[in-house]
Design a protein around this ligand. Structure first.
Ligand code: SF4
Length: 394
């Protein structure tokens, strides 16, 4: 198994575990969404009680964290009292490092000055805002409840509340979207100087309402070449404006205080890409510890009933073989600015020739002891390890 790089490009939080909480409630269901979420709040009380039970099951294995990510679903839809209960329970079971990154995912239409002040009182120091677009027609197409105007007001409230670590989620590759329209959304986003941007290509699962419209021929998604153009425009636009493209879909602002390190990279998400232990609580949440991965059942009702019967709500698990770990290390490394160790790639028969070929094709660059995907390489990041798999298996 390849070792960790001697010097991590990312700030060195790589040995502390992260905690993810999946809060599966939304006011309405967006037509493209296949995340685990249900509408209505009728099961929130049962869910919070179940979550408390589940946390209790893991407090020996995971005693301390330096990141907490409250995701969903729509965590910002919970009431102040519900969030109090959730945070108090988590702090009762686990220790959080004093400088922990504590992120809450929020929808723009949920935010008020009072709510934001309460988030800060709870120790939440990072917000991830589901903006998706600043184009009203695109927001309607995506079935979002908020308007672009509401997002702009929410962003002003967030800054006024004193949040200095703000991430925006945006979406490109919508049917009919133009490069100019997407550039307009990026420009509006940057006018609020977010510390972090996640730019996702719209993907449509078959079983969603949007997926059914695509299957029925009522909608056409952009082809692969158009998606590539959106991706490269995004990468070039944001890196030219001082953002670090540190993972396929993720960009962090570089500040003078960052000292060349990745101050605003999402500490929690880095754990997924650097194979650092993480615990996921809540329906459909995934966990990873010591080469073992497991995931929860995705039905909210079954999740609650399992825990009230005293059973862990685990739906499945796998223990990775050394070969799987090797491949996963390559796959994750090529997704990030950290890259893959040159020594690791050279260990593969023909590895030197493959590095040379990928460099020649402009898909990777060698930076000291690391081999890092270029923007063109990130477009095909999932396929980059295959060259080494093929070489190794030849
Ligand atoms: S708000 Fe987010 S989690 Fe909820 S339905 Fe929409 S995309 Fe899915």
């Amino acid at each position: 198994m390849p070792g960790k790089p001697e010097e991590s490009f990312f700030m060195d939080h790589s040995t502390s575990s992260g905690l993810y909480i999946h809060i599966p409630f939304c006011q309405t269901k967006c037509p493209y969404c296949d995340f685990c979420s249900i509408t209505g709040t009728g099961q929130v009380a049962d869910f919070l009680a179940a979550l408390d039970q589940e946390a209790r099951l893991y407090r020996e294995q995971f005693s301390a964290f330096d990141s907490l990510f409250l995701g969903g679903g729509t965590p910002s839809w919970l009431t102040g009292a519900q969030l109090d209960q959730l945070m108090n329970n988590l702090r009762r079971h686990f220790v959080f490092a004093p400088d922990s990154e504590i992120t809450l995912e929020a929808n723009p239409d949920d935010l008020t000055a009072d709510k934001l002040a309460h988030f800060r009182d709870l120790g939440i120091n990072r917000l991830s805002l589901g903006v998706q677009s600043f184009d009203e027609a695109e927001l309607r197409f995506l079935g979002r409840r908020h308007t672009a105007r509401q997002t702009e007001q929410a962003l002003l409230l967030i800054r006024a509340a004193g949040f200095t670590n703000l991430g925006l989620d945006l979406m490109y590759g919508l049917p009919g979207q133009t490069l100019e329209g997407w550039t307009g959304t990026l420009e509006t986003a940057l006018s609020f100087a977010p510390e972090h941007l996640s730019c996702y290509q719209l993907t449509v699962a078959d079983e969603t309402p949007l997926g059914q419209r695509v299957a029925a021929g009522q909608l056409r998604l952009p082809d692969e070449e158009t998606q590539r153009e959106f991706f490269l425009l995004t990468a070039n636009f944001l890196t030219a404006r001082g953002y670090l493209h540190y993972e396929v879909a993720n960009f962090a602002r570089q500040g003078p205080q960052a000292g060349g390190l990745c101050l605003y990279c999402c500490r929690h998400n880095l754990k997924y890409w650097t194979r650092t232990p993480y615990l996921g609580l809540g329906p459909a949440a995934h966990s990873f510890l010591a080469g073992r991965r497991w995931w929860n059942i995705s039905s909210v009702a079954q999740y609650c009933s399992s825990l009230s019967a005293g059973e862990a709500p685990v739906a499945g698990e796998e223990s990775l073989t050394p070969e799987q770990i090797r491949l996963e290390t390559l796959a994750l490394g090529f997704r990030t600015r950290e890259g893959v160790s040159l020594a690791t790639l050279r260990e593969q028969p023909g590895g030197d020739a493959m590095v040379a070929a990928l460099t020649q094709a402009g898909l990777v660059r060698v930076d000291g002891e690391r081999v890092i995907a270029t923007a063109c390489g990130l477009v095909v990041a999932d396929r980059l390890p295959l060259g080494f798999v093929g070489v190794a298996g030849a």
